[in-house]
Design a protein around this ligand. Structure first.
Ligand code: EPU
Length: 338
């Protein structure tokens, strides 16, 4: 395994931001990973785990050994008449894995088509879209501890998944490297098209009895129409989470802003689309030099090329303040600031 120094991370983050890692190692196997984590030479060096870089905002250089998990493979672990269990290497592309499942008619992840990033990064923030989150299909998460290079498997429950959250972002932050994820998929797929524009897009495709391939295609179409392709315009998907507020706060805001959308999440809480709040505060399509707010989805901050992470961080702060002033709602970032 090669360890490179002064390594540019520009091609390792979907914002396309410049940042230099003191050291960089791509690890292709669990053995390579444990070897480096247990090596006394690297024991005192800070470590930073970087998957596909689709959810990070680099605001500075990374004075650490950056470890890029590149374990490959999609392997059948078990199968019964209804389900199949697949163990997938952390370095596999998420969308590539989704396409594998769609081709084999294994249901469960088709609504998560075209999400950028790697399989290993997916459980970190419990990626989700169109009514599905990966917590619905994760059996277990295989990891190695950064401190000691010990293997540990987390059951779905132990991952403590929440909305764009997991134990790996909270209590155990920066303590484990995900090396693989085992998924349980449905051999008799159940279609889930109740969310957003999926049904409408399928109708436009003239599909009345959708397969998971149709659902995947519809979602690819929707995402391409709203979300910028990171290969063309730097971005990290939704920059903020959709805030959850109390029903009381929602009801009083509704008096002032009757158009405000909201989705009931429990008896006492309502989720408000951050994209709506940001658009209403006047930011949609805003551009300042090389950075800005996407024209078609106000929740996505973009780097048109040559922008830097601090400019994006400042813009995010200004947006937060403006939404808070207008609505009394504090947005929290979904993206991890480095
Ligand atoms: N909206 C606006 N203006 C905008 C954007 C959105 O008014 O500029 C309003 C509309 O009312 C729309 C509603 O917000 O109906 C919801 O918008 P959309 O369906 O685009 O979804 P979202 O809530 O903005 C979430 C996820 C996305 C995921 C989509 C689809 C979060 C933070 N984001 O976005 O995930 O793809 O739903 O399920 O939960 C990501 O996490 O990076 C991501 C892209």
């Amino acid at each position: 395994m090669q360890i490179q120094s002064n390594f540019s991370l520009r091609n390792f983050n979907t914002f396309g931001l410049e940042s230099t890692a003191s050291f960089f190692a791509e690890v292709g196997s669990v053995e390579e990973l444990t070897e480096i984590l247990r090596d006394p030479l690297w024991q005192q060096t800070a470590k930073f785990i970087l998957g596909g870089g689709s959810n990070v905002l680099f605001t500075q250089n990374v004075n650490a050994l950056v470890i890029h998990p590149a374990m490959k493979g999609i392997d059948k672990i078990e199968e019964d008449k209804d389900h199949i269990w697949l163990k997938v290497g952390a370095g596999e592309s998420w969308h590539g894995f989704v396409m594998h499942c769609v081709e084999h008619n294994y249901g469960g992840v088709e609504n998560l088509s075209l999400i950028p990033g790697t399989v290993g990064a997916a459980p970190m923030q419990n990626i989700g879209a169109y009514g599905v989150e990966i917590k619905d299909v994760v059996e277990s998460v295989e990891t190695v501890s950064i401190d000691e290079g010990q293997k540990r498997i987390f059951s779905n429950k132990e991952c403590e998944f929440g909305y764009r959250e997991s134990i790996f972002k909270k209590a155990l932050k920066n303590q484990f490297v995900v090396t693989g994820v085992t998924f349980v998929l449905n051999k008799k797929p159940v279609i889930n098209v109740g969310y957003g524009d999926v049904q409408k897009t399928l109708a436009e495709m003239n599909v009345s009895n959708p397969t998971i391939a149709d659902v995947s295609q519809a979602i690819i179409t929707i995402r391409r129409s709203k979300l910028p392709d990171p290969a063309q315009i730097g971005n990290a998907g939704s920059f903020f989470k959709n805030p959850e507020i109390s029903s009381e706060q929602y009801n009083s805001l509704k008096q002032l802003f009757p158009e405000m959308p909201g989705y009931t999440v429990s008896e006492t809480m309502v989720k408000v689309p951050a994209g709506w709040l940001i658009e209403q505060a006047g930011w949609k399509g805003y551009r300042q030099g090389s950075i800005g707010v996407h024209q078609k989805q106000a929740l996505v901050l973009v780097n048109y090329g040559g922008g830097n992470g601090n400019e994006i961080r400042e813009l995010a702060g200004t947006i937060q303040l403006s939404v808070e002033t207008k609505y009394g709602i504090r947005l929290s970032p979904e993206v991890n600031f480095i």
